[in-house]
Design a binder for this molecule. Structure first.
Ligand code: FAD
Ligand code: SF4
Length: 443
């Protein structure tokens, strides 16, 4: 009898212990879920819950809540777990490199572009990367497929197809004009050289494309990249600097020049089947084919004021930690302008100029931070103001009816951007709005 009682006591204790473990485990899960629910609410209020481009889509029937996707995602708070299932949080911050897609042990994630609510414009591209306009090809993220490796592959494949076109050699007519020097444009440029094609590569900004503008150094590559005229680059754990150095080295070794700071403004088909490509610097090229490798991030909008072309004017803030002791004017009233102004103000004297009388469309957390910074005198904001002209030492600013001169070293303009859609439509390229278009899925 005593033995039975003893056994019941042991079983009871074990059951109680297990119950307690389960209770505390469930309580911790519930607490974690509640934190994620709160983050989702904030994301919805701040407008970052809806993705803008490529993003993970979670099949809730398959998801087992392993959290492997969260562990692999290098960005903060894009994914979370609620009640044992993955969810997106700040989906608009997703950069679409698909580390989560590869990490999921039960293949519950697909990569999609656009959602049921927010469509994304994608151009029509054939299997040979040709658009509806014969001779105009599209490679890289512009066609809907993100990632450095995919863009490199597509740039190379598109150029193979361009090389296969029949054409007679004519003086003054290039085989191809490549527009954009991101991963797709660089790889296409190398493939054109490998195949003996005459080509120019025109880049509105700097070699490297979107990679050049990454705010973080770490680059995620889930498989090796095959670069024409170089071979396999096994860069799993690399940095932005290392990747840019590799591209620069291969291009220099091949004696190729990429024409930077030259924006393509028009592509006009000619009667003889060639294309006239005109640029912002006034240069013009005739070619048999055009490769658009312009990505999806568009072109920063300019103010159109004298002096905007000076080297002290920029449209994005790179490496703010290296900018110290300067007088800087930041122009704009959106989140990018406000965040950049506050970052610069840590080590510089900053004036933020905005044409409206108050900030209307910034995230609540940025509004609170900038109000606090103004109150502490960390930076100055001038509302109802417009830049009139820029020189290397000063700017002229119209405030109300008055024009003032402000001594200044650097100008950062955040006046929004023009998406590639308008540029493509001007050329005549057909575009469809895609809602939740699957770009990558398992099986
Ligand atoms: C913050 C961030 C982090 C990322 N991290 C990773 C990562 O770790 N791993 C990964 O694989 N992918 C990552 N990606 C995605 C990757 O950067 C893109 O998929 C890739 O750069 C697309 O290459 P692309 O050549 O198609 O376009 P882009 O790199 O966007 O290059 C297009 C180029 O065309 C130029 N251009 C545009 N219009 C014109 C014009 N009219 N005239 C002349 N030039 C023009 C642009 O200035 C730009 O340089 C990240 C993206 C972002 C935003
Ligand atoms: S695609 Fe990349 S950035 Fe987006 S959620 Fe997945 S791992 Fe994170």
């Amino acid at each position: 009898m005593e033995v039975v009682i003893e056994q019941i006591a042991i079983y009871g204790s074990v059951a109680l212990l297990c119950g307690l473990v389960v209770f505390f485990y469930m309580r911790s899960l519930n607490k974690k879920s509640a934190i994620v629910v709160k983050k989702v609410e904030v994301a919805k209020a701040e407008g970052t819950f809806e993705p803008v481009s490529l993003h993970p889509f979670i099949d809730l029937n398959t998801c087992i809540g392993s959290a492997a996707c969260i562990a692999e995602c290098p960005e903060k708070d894009i994914l979370g777990i609620i009640d044992g299932k993955a969810t997106v949080i700040h989906a608009s911050n997703c950069v679409g490199h698909g580390a989560c897609f590869h990490a999921c042990p039960v293949e519950a994630i697909s990569l999609r572009i656009g959602t049921e609510k927010r469509g994304v414009d994608l151009p029509h591209v054939s299997q040979t990367f040709e658009s509806n306009i014969k001779g105009v090809f599209i490679a890289g993220e512009l066609g809907g497929m993100g990632l450095i490796k995919n863009s490199v592959e597509q740039g190379q494949q598109a150029m193979e197809n361009i090389a296969a076109l029949k054409r007679e050699k004519r003086s003054g007519v290039l085989d191809v004009v490549i527009i954009g020097a991101g991963p797709a444009g660089i790889s296409a440029t190398l493939e054109a050289k490998k195949r003996g094609l005459s080509s120019v590569t025109l880049e509105q900004d700097s070699l490297g494309g979107t990679v050049f503008t990454f705010p973080r150094s770490k680059i995620v590559m889930t498989s090796p990249m095959d670069l024409p005229l170089h071979g396999k680059a096994k860069l799993y754990d690399t940095s932005k600097g290392e990747l840019l150095a590799l591209w620069n080295k291969v291009i220099a070794e091949q004696g190729i020049t990429i024409t930077e700071r030259t924006k393509v403004e028009a592509i006009v088909p000619q009667k003889d089947g060639t294309f006239k490509v005109s640029t912002s610097t006034g240069s013009e090229f005739l070619s048999y084919a055009v490769l658009l490798a312009i990505g999806r991030r568009g072109t920063p909008r300019k103010l159109g004021v004298p002096g905007e072309e000076l080297p002290n004017v920029a449209y994005r803030l790179l490496e703010p930690e290296n900018i110290t002791g300067k007088k800087a004017i930041v122009v704009g009233g959106g989140d990018s302008a406000v965040e950049s102004a506050m970052l610069l103000a840590e080590q510089n004297e900053v004036v933020l100029s905005y044409r409206k009388d108050q900030f209307a469309r910034i995230k609540p957390k940025n509004k609170a931070a900038i109000d606090a910074a103004i109150a502490k005198g960390e930076l100055k904001v001038i509302f109802n103001s417009d830049l009139v002209s820029i020189s290397e030492q000063a700017v002229l600013m119209k405030v109300g009816e008055e024009v003032k001169e402000l001594p200044n070293d650097l100008v950062y303009i955040f006046a929004g951007g023009e998406l590639p859609t308008g540029f493509l439509q001007k050329i005549g390229i057909e575009i469809t709005k895609r809602f939740g278009h699957i770009v990558k899925k398992h099986g």
